[in-house]
Design a protein around this ligand. Structure first.
Ligand code: AHR
Length: 495
């Protein structure tokens, strides 16, 4: 099998917005509580209630932006329940996720503390489904207003003198479903109304994100763009990779068939078509591509781990997830003219997580390692390239064996990320570099021998990155040999 990659190193195609490497953390299962927030009195070492091990691991990823508090939870969340002395905060039911008690100990102040500790931009999702215009408007005032006002005074009473800087604000979540079961026409009108009162105070300029389509609901995108494009900065899109059926059985995260393996990869790659088709509709109303496509929920969604709460969405994570992450991020990078942000679901203990915890213990998933490897693309210049690769065929399923993206980082180095989706064969990539000469080349690879390879609390480093040296330089570029089911990042210094 042979694959050819031609890189035009002196032709850039815009910047890869670092926010493509964004994350999402919802009040769902053990995502926030236990996974991130343990409270100041916990025996688990913490900083201001946030567990140190998770914090340190996430810091290494340089998460650019973090979306909170949902998801479906956002349209049931009333922010005023989550401020003030913790012991006095309302205990409520998390109706959407498992019917468990939500004690509101992690609220606005705690979220901003987390973002400050991570040095990540906060992205807050407001409540349209069950919240009022006034409630949303007052939340923004509470967070960002500096002058004299009841909300400023309240924030100061709660211990925060200065307003926070907040850029990203979502006006509702999945308003076609859990966010109110609305029709696009109705939501478009509500969006116009709610966003009117989402004010810019002082020099705090908000980037307003309208609730976008589910998967291939192109009609939703069309109506939103037609009715409200002028009043938004971003429009979201949600797409989850599910090898089975959402209601009848999604498939196991670890115990899957050959067919489910291929279906997972095939379906993950579908996001490219979704981006292109939603993008074409957006182009009709916004040819300048001012409005960003914000893929603020994506990733694998499997059946929960046996014996765990079905409402907690706790799933293991294998090399298959790593390939989904790598291939999806390559696609987002390659569409960075429209894709301005993406937030994988969800950071800790939920869906395609970076991190899993059990009591005091914590492990990094294969997906974590992909985000670690791909950091080099954050805010890098996307380089023009052409990739020719064979298709893999499994029954009626056909998909490319290799995907790639190429960028030039702020460090002046060229970075190539490759995913070899072939589960059995090495792939030779004949890589030609035009417009630059290759000097020192280094690489790192994430791969495994078994399709269900994963990290566990017993073997936390079963899947981890190692140095990659399987390449040779020649006068035109490089000959690279990618192992089966691998994610590889090569760094080329010009020489
Ligand atoms: O990420 C889990 C859920 O998936 C979110 O709450 C919702 O927005 C989506 O349906």
């Amino acid at each position: 099998m042979s694959t050819k990659l031609l890189i035009q190193a002196d032709v850039t195609e815009g910047k890869i917005n670092k926010n493509i490497y964004g994350h999402f953390a919802e009040h769902l299962g053990r995502g926030i509580y236990e996974g991130i927030w343990v409270g100041e009195d916990s025996s688990i070492p913490n900083t201001k209630g946030i567990r140190n091990d998770v914090l340190e691991a996430l810091k290494q990823l340089h998460i650019p932006v973090l979306r909170w508090p949902g998801g479906c939870f956002a349209d049931e969340y009333h922010w005023k329940d989550g401020i003030g002395p913790r012991e006095k905060r309302k205990r409520m039911v998390n109706t959407h996720w498992g019917g468990v008690v939500e004690n509101n100990h992690f609220g606005t102040h705690e979220f901003f503390t987390l973002c400050e500790l991570l040095d990540a931009e906060p992205y807050i999702c407001g409540n349209v489904g069950s919240g009022t215009v006034q409630e949303m408007s007052e939340w923004v005032e509470y967070m960002t207003f500096d002058g004299e006002s009841p909300m400023t005074a309240w924030r100061q009473e709660n211990g925060r003198e200065e307003p926070w800087k907040l850029k990203y604000f979502g006006v509702g979540n999945e308003n076609w479903g859990c966010g109110g079961n609305m029709r696009p026409e109705y939501y478009a009108d509500l969006y116009r109304r709610y966003q009117t009162y989402v004010r810019n105070y002082g020099d705090n300029k908000l980037y307003k994100i309208a609730g976008g389509a589910n998967i291939d609901d192109y009609q939703w995108t069309d109506v939103l763009m037609r009715e409200a494009a002028a009043m938004m900065d971003g429009l979201s899109l949600h797409y989850y990779t599910i090898p089975g059926d959402f209601w009848l059985g999604k498939g196991s995260a670890t115990d899957f068939t050959e067919k489910e393996w291929h279906l997972t990869l095939k379906r993950a790659l579908w996001i490219e078509e979704l981006i292109e088709k939603h993008g074409t509709i957006m182009d009709k109303y916004d040819p300048e591509k001012r409005v960003g496509l914000i893929i603020d929920e994506w990733g694998t969604w499997f059946d929960v781990e046996p014996g765990t709460n079905p409402g907690f969405l706790y799933q293991q994570n294998t090399i298959r997830d790593a390939l989904v992450a790598g291939a999806s991020l390559n696609i987002f990078n390659n569409h960075s003219d429209r894709v301005q942000m993406a937030n994988i679901a969800q950071t800790v203990n939920v869906l395609q997580a970076m991190i899993l915890t059990e009591g005091q213990e914590m492990i990094k998933t294969p997906t974590y390692h992909v985000f670690d490897l791909y950091q080099v693309h954050q805010d890098a210049d996307r380089l023009s390239f052409h990739l020719e690769t064979d298709n893999l065929t499994h029954g009626e399923l056909e998909y490319p064996s290799v995907t790639a993206s190429v960028s030039k980082g702020q460090d002046g180095k060229i970075h190539i990320s490759f995913c070899n989706l072939d589960d059995t064969n090495d792939v030779q990539v004949d890589t030609e570099l035009r417009g630059a000469a290759a000097g020192k080349v280094t690489g790192q690879v994430l791969t495994a021998n078994e399709k269900d390879a994963r990290n566990t609390f017993e073997k936390p480093d079963a899947v981890q990155t190692t140095a990659f040296t399987n390449f040779t330089k020649h006068d035109k570029g490089l000959q690279v040999t990618l192992p089966p089911m691998s994610v590889t990042v090569l760094t080329i210094e010009e020489g």
